[in-house]
Design a protein around this ligand. Structure first.
Ligand code: UDP
Ligand code: MG
Length: 325
């Protein structure tokens, strides 16, 4: 490869009119600095992905694009969630640049880690994971649930990098292969390691959100965790099979015991124990059915193979109605 690599920073934005005016100039400055230091090409871009925002986010992005050619943006036809927004940006970028860095738009992830990421790329890494070194600014609850999340994910068979969210550098070469992963249920931080290629990590400090509010309440976090596990691994189904076998063995012993006791004539009115066992088994069976149902739901969505994102507009080719001339 000759010349300097073209970098696209991919930034998903959902209802971020408060924080964008603060962070957009920071991203631009970063690109200019990196280009000035001779690490990346001057044709690098800051690419915002509007995830169907209901506020002025898209207008802001269009305004930035008019002000500076380094700013560009694409807009999704509706809100599809953070993962799909990042994917849309990455797929848009893959044939137009050499490296992408995905990052949230709220200033929580330290943009200065990008220098190190690009350096690692120049030194041969194709994927560089941003890893949070400290979580001091998070509340105890957020830290506890988030770290528990990583442990649980790994325990249940989804290999993900500890304390890595979606701040990462991916080269266009990796994205080319990544485009062959056609699944509809996407969980990027679990999928990127599956593609392979040399990878490394860069530590950074996570700050507080500069403005606006988090869009990830506990309910969304739990659903992300659940989706992550069931999209990446069959381990829960195996655990269920294992538990089923264990319970069968225990019940078999129980039946023998009951028959022996009955034959010896020492049976008692075991109402309480019967009810307990029936309830317990009923509960366990329902949970198991639920987990299996979750997988069937995933298969259902995959067979439909609906588009994972729909880009309705790009700042460089805005949509115009024909009859307006
Ligand atoms: N985001 C998005 N679509 C959504 C929700 C969030 O594109 O449906 C973006 C959001 O604009 C931000 C990033 O995803 O850039 C992370 O969201 P947030 O900061 O709310 O989550 P947290 O950092 O609190 O986990
Ligand atoms: Mg955030």
């Amino acid at each position: 490869m000759s010349g300097k690599p073209i970098l696209w920073i991919i930034i998903p934005c959902y209802n971020e009119e408060e924080v964008l005016p603060i962070t957009a100039p920071q991203f631009l400055q970063k690109v200019l600095d990196l280009a000035g230091a001779g690490l990346i090409s001057d044709r690098s871009r800051v690419c915002f992905v509007n995830d169907g925002s209901r506020d002025r986010t898209w207008e802001l992005i269009c305004q930035f694009a008019r002000q500076d050619e380094h700013f560009i943006g694409i807009s999704q036809s509706r809100n599809r969630g953070h993962q799909n927004a990042v994917l849309a940006g990455l797929m848009e970028a893959r044939d137009k640049c050499d490296i992408t860095i995905s990052i949230d738009c709220d200033g929580q992830d330290d943009i200065n880690a990008m220098d190190e990421m690009v350096q690692q790329y120049l030194d041969g890494a194709e994927v560089v994971y941003g890893v949070r070194s400290r979580r001091d600014t998070d509340t105890f609850f957020k830290r506890f649930t988030a770290e528990g999340f990583y442990h649980l994910m790994n325990l249940l068979g989804a290999d993900i990098v500890f304390n890595h969210a979606d701040y990462r550098l991916i080269s266009a070469r990796v994205l080319e292969s990544f485009a062959d992963y056609h699944e509809v249920n996407i969980f990027l931080r679990g999928m990127v390691p599956l593609v392979g290629f040399p990878s490394t990590t860069v530590a950074y400090e996570r700050h507080e959100r500069l403005a606006g509010e988090s869009h990830y309440p506990l309910s969304k976090m739990l659903s992300l965790a659940f989706d992550g596990i069931t999209s990446l691994s069959n381990k829960p189904i195996r655990l269920i099979t294992g538990a089923g076998m264990l319970f069968s063995i225990v019940s078999f012993i129980g039946v023998i015991w009951a028959v022996v006791m009955g034959l010896m004539g020492s049976t008692v009115a075991g109402w309480a124990s019967t009810v307990c066992i029936v309830c317990l088994m009923g509960g366990i069976q329902l949970i198991c059915l639920g987990v299996i149902g979750e997988y069937i739901g995933k298969i259902y969505m995959e067979t439909k193979a609906r588009p994972r994102y729909i880009i309705s507009e790009r700042t460089w080719e805005p949509y115009e109605r024909k009859y307006h001339g």
